[in-house]
Design a protein around this ligand. Structure first.
Ligand SMILES: [Cu+2]
Length: 213
């Protein structure tokens, strides 16, 4: 056999192998549908269906590539990490008051096994640096914001800078806690509320009193 014959044989075998692969794949994936004249892409109820199988395989591969390949992460938005409730860095001086409030379904308490609606009154001295930890012991998501007026408002800004543990868009998941620091710099009677829609009316609020020194 000369070189030319070998080349022709190799090409012929390659073409044959490719054809067998393509026809085989075609017959395997679409053959039964074709033979039964069922060209519907929707598989019969309760069966996996080849289209679904193809879809989940492609989806799985795509998902794997998205998670693995940096270029795909860049394409899909810079590989953003899932948002966690914000945990601000502690201030340099030590807090004057440390409060731990438990949020449950649907109220607040100073102990995990004592969730009240409305929640207990919290009192701090004016000017104190408050370290507030909110622990979600419920099944639902919750937040805690110190606000001026008792009303449900998912966009309510805290009355003291930083006095918001979670937001309705980024709440504290069940079993998690968030710690925030803020200075209670204005005397008066305020409220702490859970501004997840519907939760204030279910009793997720309490008085937050800032007393004179
Ligand atoms: Cu809530």
């Amino acid at each position: 056999m000369d070189d030319r014959t070998v080349l022709v044989l190799v090409v012929a075998v390659s073409v044959l192998a490719a054809a067998v692969l393509v026809i085989g794949a075609y017959a395997f994936w679409w053959g039964p549908m074709w033979w039964s004249r069922d060209t519907s892409p929707v598989p019969p109820a309760g069966t996996m269906g080849r289209w679904n199988m193809m879809g989940s395989m492609m989806g799985g591969m795509m998902g794997y590539m998205m998670g693995w390949c940096p270029c795909m992460q860049w394409m899909s938005g810079g590989g953003a990490v899932p948002q966690q409730p914000q945990q601000p860095t502690p201030p340099s001086r030590s807090p004057d008051v440390e409060l731990t409030v438990y949020a449950g379904d649907f109220g607040f308490g100073l102990r995990p096994d004592s969730i009240l609606s409305p929640g207990p009154e919290l009192r701090v001295k004016v000017g104190s640096l408050v370290k507030l930890t909110v622990v979600n012991v419920g099944q639902a998501v919750h937040v805690l914001t110190v606000v001026r007026e008792l009303r449900e408002d998912p966009n309510a800004e805290p009355v003291f800078r930083g006095a918001a543990a979670g937001t309705p868009r980024n709440p504290i998941p069940p079993g998690s806690s968030v710690t925030v620091y803020f200075v209670a710099d204005k005397e008066g009677t305020y409220y702490y509320v859970c501004n997840v829609p519907g939760h204030v009316s279910l009793g997720m609020w309490g008085r937050f009193v800032v007393e004179s020194t």
